[in-house]
Design a protein around this ligand. Structure first.
Ligand code: GDP
Ligand code: MG
Length: 778
């Protein structure tokens, strides 16, 4: 039987994992291995993907991927409960006694002035960010990993000046599956941190330890932070910490990142092992008796064969051996084996496969899980079913239920939009505007008094205060939007949204996760682009960013409102709705084109964890808001400031650099004049319209006000026909996003893409306006 055929509630055992390459490796790394038990929790409301339970956690898989996995039904009678001896909980291990379960520090500490670098490695949702924020407080720096737009956070541990800790993207294994996993793996291999802090979600310990097993192979000093201990003990579970340390050969420290307990202890151990370079005791978890010792012999044969190559390549030998057995091409290349050795490796691995009766990747994954089962059996007393898990199930009955999921999603998003754009955002915006106005008044008064010349006054009032002010007015909306988003993300809801929406989004070549940035795009493109950071693949992120500008943002609403009610009063609501729909249709068309051309690769497979719902930590949320605001402000005062001043300059001066009275004489008007012939076929060949549209590049809100000003007597309505109005509407819908949005795109995708977006959107808008003109016959 195939996995996609199982019924709800049915419990089956995996017999074979098909598929190939990186995807298959990912299955295995997530614990989908032969022998594992798996059951269907539910199907998504649209019938695809499926939510499965395996190793005590929830996993989503598309039907087409589940089809590659063969399973067998477990007869009811075999399901029996093993009784476990209860071990007493040991919150404070005997680890202060240095070197009890791992080698004693050599007595040769690293010099005091050497910076102790730490890598924080762990699964997604294991609490890395929470712990990182606890460890560093506000001493952190957000940047990008070189070459990729994946957030990189560095920080100094509070109270320990000579330390630097890096929060790596969440990963499930050391096989490079997504670009994030590459980043994390390369960091550990190439940047050689002095020690690793491996954070493990104790409520989901089997799958989390899988990464731990691979990290141990790196032979870098390491501590394991067992996080979420509060949930574990709160439900009557416990962990025999001392025994676990003994079995893993590294310090294990139970903590609760969110309650800040155990964190100090973690820090002192981490610093100690880094200072004294205490490496893990073992990296050898292959049992020489299990399954005839086939895997053990295979791995060690390869280890001996490649020892010298690994040393030369600077790779830990056990890690290198495991990876080339798994068929990791990158590691194989960096080892530089000669033909003979490559063939020998292949022979050894073939022999191992034959003796074990499993293919190489599955055999390796199984070997690791074997050890993990043993560790868990001996050390972990699991609670029957945690309250948090039961609660999650109940919440999910509503939020991912067959008939309730989509209505609830619409309701929640509507609420977020209402609060952001109607209630909290405007309130904060008014506050900010009042502040800026007051500042402007006093600045102007000051300059008046000091007799500053009129040009400079105009620059400050119209250029800086008006321009940057109008962009700054986005800030409250961005902050509010991100407040809600981070609450949804941290609580675990966004993962559910992806689960529910995946089938729809797949049709246009994206995965479920892209729905959120696109929806935010209806509010404002800037936070939408910024929020694509949560997307797991670079391809999806890029494609989503390029599509968000088609979701008509709220700043365009004044344009729609003005022209629709002036020219199409009877059907104005229809016109506005039609514009929104047109935007969406264009987005879908573009997505289909992208799918066929630029991004013809596969959408990422949807193998994703659905974590328990958890209360978001206040500190995380605050930190995120601060990061996003800082990011936006930095841009507001660099690229956006320059753009504003440039437009102010063009608007205020003529070619002889005299201040102009008549707007027609300004450089901007002349430039607009150059564009007039281009815009003429599209029916928008009036310099005043063109000028207004250029000003709209700064902020879409200003299109109408500029037009009103330029058309002077009689106003816009008297001067243009309804066909032209229709053209303006369609053009405004589709043409380049505003400068703030372009700056956000540039930050995510680089300059080339930002320029591409501007030009491409303008071209599309031009064609659309041309079509409108042909239809209306104007
Ligand atoms: P990351 O994906 O690894 O960065 O994980 P986060 O730090 O974002 O944490 C995921 C979720 O777990 C958040 O909702 C946190 O509030 C929550 N969380 C983190 N640490 C703990 C903990 O020690 N106990 C409990 N109960 N929840 C935690
Ligand atoms: Mg995080």
């Amino acid at each position: 039987m195939k996995l996609n055929e199982i019924k709800q509630g049915q419990k089956v055992r995996i017999t074979e994992v098909g598929g190939e390459g990186a995807l298959r490796q990912h299955f295995l790394d997530m614990g989908v291995i032969p022998g594992a038990e798996i059951s269907l929790v539910k199907l998504a409301p649209l019938g695809d993907p499926m939510e499965l339970r395996i190793h005590g956690y929830e996993l989503t898989l598309r039907l087409s991927e589940a089809e590659k996995i063969t399973v067998e039904v477990i007869p009811e009678t075999v399901v029996e409960q093993k009784k476990k001896t209860v071990k007493k909980e040991a919150l404070h291990p005997g680890l202060g006694e240095e070197g009890k379960y791992h080698p004693k520090g050599s007595g040769n500490p690293l010099p005091e002035d050497e910076v102790l670098t730490f890598a924080m490695v762990g699964n997604q949702n294991s609490g890395k960010t929470t712990l990182f924020n606890q460890l560093t407080g506000s001493n952190q720096h957000v940047g990008n990993f070189p070459g990729v737009t994946v957030d990189r956070k560095d920080g100094v541990i509070r109270g320990h000046a000579n330390t630097l800790i890096t929060d790596l993207p969440g990963i499930y294994s050391m096989s490079p599956y997504s670009s994030e996993e590459r980043v994390s793996r390369d960091f550990v291999i190439n940047e050689k941190p002095k020690a690793i802090i491996n954070i493990v979600d104790v409520t989901n310990i089997e799958r989390n330890l899988y990464l731990t097993m691979q990290l141990l192979e790196m032979n870098v000093p390491m501590v394991v932070a067992l996080n979420m201990m509060d949930e574990m003990t709160g439900n009557g579970g416990s962990v025999d910490i001392n025994r676990m340390e003994e079995m893993l050969g590294v310090p294990v420290i139970p903590i609760s990142a969110i309650k800040n307990s155990g964190v100090d202890e973690l820090v002192s151990h981490a610093i100690h092992i880094a200072r004294y370079q205490e490496k893990p005791v073992y990296h050898d978890f292959c049992d020489n008796t299990a399954n005839g010792g086939a895997i053990h012999r295979g791995i060690h044969a390869v280890i001996h064969l490649i020892e010298d190559h690994a040393r030369r390549a600077g790779l830990p030998v056990r890690f290198a051996a495991s990876k080339i057995i798994e068929g990791d091409q990158i590691i194989l290349d960096s080892l530089n084996l000669d033909q003979n050795e490559k063939e020998t490796v292949e022979h050894i691995v073939l022999q191992m496969e034959r003796e074990r009766g499993l293919d190489r990747s599955a055999a390796m994954a199984e070997m690791r899980f074997d050890y993990i089962y043993r560790v868990c059996d001996e050390c972990v007393v699991r609670p029957a079913e945690s309250r948090e898990h039961i609660r999650s199930g109940q919440i999910d009955r509503l939020l991912t239920g067959k008939f309730t999921a989509i209505p609830m999603f619409i309701l929640i998003m509507a609420l977020v939009f209402y609060l952001t754009f109607a209630l909290i955002g405007p309130f904060l915006q008014d506050l900010l505007a009042a502040g800026i106005e007051a500042l402007k008044k006093s600045a102007m008064a000051g300059m008046e008094k000091a007799g500053v010349n009129a040009v400079l006054q105009s620059l400050v009032s119209e250029g800086i205060f008006e321009g940057v002010g109008s962009v700054l007015s986005f800030l409250p909306i961005i902050v509010t939007m991100f407040l809600f988003l981070s609450l949804l993300e941290d609580s675990g809801y966004i993962a559910r949204v992806a689960f529910v929406m995946d089938k729809l989004l797949r049709k246009i070549g994206l995965s479920g996760r892209s729905i959120v940035p696109m929806l935010i795009g209806f509010g404002c493109t800037v936070p939408a682009v910024m929020s694509t950071r949560t997307l797991p693949s670079a391809r999806d992120r890029k494609m989503t960013i390029l599509l968000t500008p088609f979701m008509s943002c709220t700043a365009k609403l004044p344009i729609y409102g003005f022209f629709a009610s002036a020219f199409f009063p009877k059907i104005s609501w229809l016109v506005v709705t039609g514009l929104y729909v047109l935007g969406i249709i264009m987005g879908i068309v573009m997505a289909l084109i992208f799918k066929k051309t630029l991004f013809s690769g596969e959408a990422v497979p949807f193998v994703m964890e659905l974590p328990n719902y958890r209360m978001p930590g206040l500190r995380n949320v605050m930190q995120l808001l601060w990061d996003k605001s800082k990011d936006f402000l930095q841009r507001a005062f660099s690229i956006i400031l320059i753009a504003t001043i440039a437009v102010w300059f063009l608007k205020s001066f003529d070619f002889r650099f005299n201040l102009v009275d008549d707007p027609h004489a300004s450089i901007l008007a002349s430039l607009a004049g150059l564009l007039v012939p281009i815009m003429k076929p599209a029916g928008l060949g009036d310099w005043r319209i063109v000028t207004s549209l250029i000003c709209g590049f700064l902020a879409k809100e200003s299109v109408v006000s500029t037009m009103e000003m330029l058309f002077a007597a009689g106003g816009v309505t008297a001067a243009i026909s309804s066909a032209t109005a229709a053209g303006i509407l369609v053009f405004s819908l589709l043409y380049t996003p505003c400068v703030a949005a372009v700056a956000a795109i540039r930050r995510e995708l680089g300059r080339i893409w930002a320029i591409y977006v501007v030009l491409w959107q303008c071209t599309i808008a031009w064609i659309a306006a041309l079509i409108v003109r042909l239809i209306t016959g104007a």
